[in-house]
Design a binder for this molecule. Sequence first.
Ligand code: ATP
Ligand code: ZN
Length: 314
Amino acid sequence: MTITEAPVTATPLDRARAALRARLLADRVLIDLGSPGLYGRTGVFERVYTAVDTAAVRSMADLDSEVLRFPPVEPLAAFERTDYIASFPDLAASISGFTGGDRKHRELLAARERGERWESFLEPADLMLAPAVCHPVYGLVGDTVQQAGRSFDIVGDSFRREPSLDPMRLQAFHMHEFVHIGTPTSAKAHRDEHIPVMRSLLEGFGLDIDVVPANDPFFGRVGKILARNQVEQALKYEFVTPVYGDAGEATAISSANLHEDHFGLSFGLRTEDGEVAHSACLAFGLERITIALFAAHGTDPAAWPAAVRRALTL
Ligand code: ATP
Ligand code: ZN
């Protein structure tokens, strides 16, 4: 059995995922790198991906955001302050490096020679792979943010350790985030005013969109309670689209999240009036939107409906 075939016991959802994955690979949209959720990308993928990103940026032009770009790894100290490890330990991933001398190196090579895994010879470095691209910004704005708030345009690599054969669930992907740090009112307005904008952008791509309270995969038993609270408080919304039709739940391709004072408290951020700063973040899942487009309209963009091609200026 090759990795692209669903097992005999597969559910309709497994089969739908395997079929989309097989089509994207066969039609040379994605390239299998031999590890679930890691793909190379070809020209046709890149063309649509770039068009999606450009349209997303255009839709947020009113924000006049400050542009920031960060590397795909973040210092452990910054990661700590986000509290990510409390909620999503299973998705987190750290960087390790070799710090031994000659002797340890010989032991590593001997283990490798025996066909054993050798990564245990590496030591954790104080670096984490970034699971969300907005994290570094909260440590960079200083302790006082102007009363009107500040908006940021951040895009970059995200890594989440969730290997899967679902082509919508990658381990390494990109999100384009529009973050606002300001007052409770300005943060909430940032989220609420842009929900319709994001919705109509995604609908303009010819996708069926629902906006629903988010259901993040918080870890463990406590996580079940956190997940229930998240839905009840309705702080975070997701833009979902039924990539697999009736076979499974619709997939989140973007999100709009009000953090309230979460980052303000942990990073010690205040507005000029002395109140704890609030933040909100709009995130476009760039690969998910791109793959949803291929799933909805086929793998040849030249054959997509004219209105969709216009919306994407393809
Ligand atoms: P927060 O600000 O709460 O940390 P966020 O808004 O930065 O969260 P998420 O909502 O978790 O981040 O993710 C943003 C978007 O990234 C999702 O809507 C989705 O489109 C995309 N995404 C998340 N996980 C994956 C994945 N495994 N593969 C591909 N895209 C993903
Ligand atoms: Zn964010």
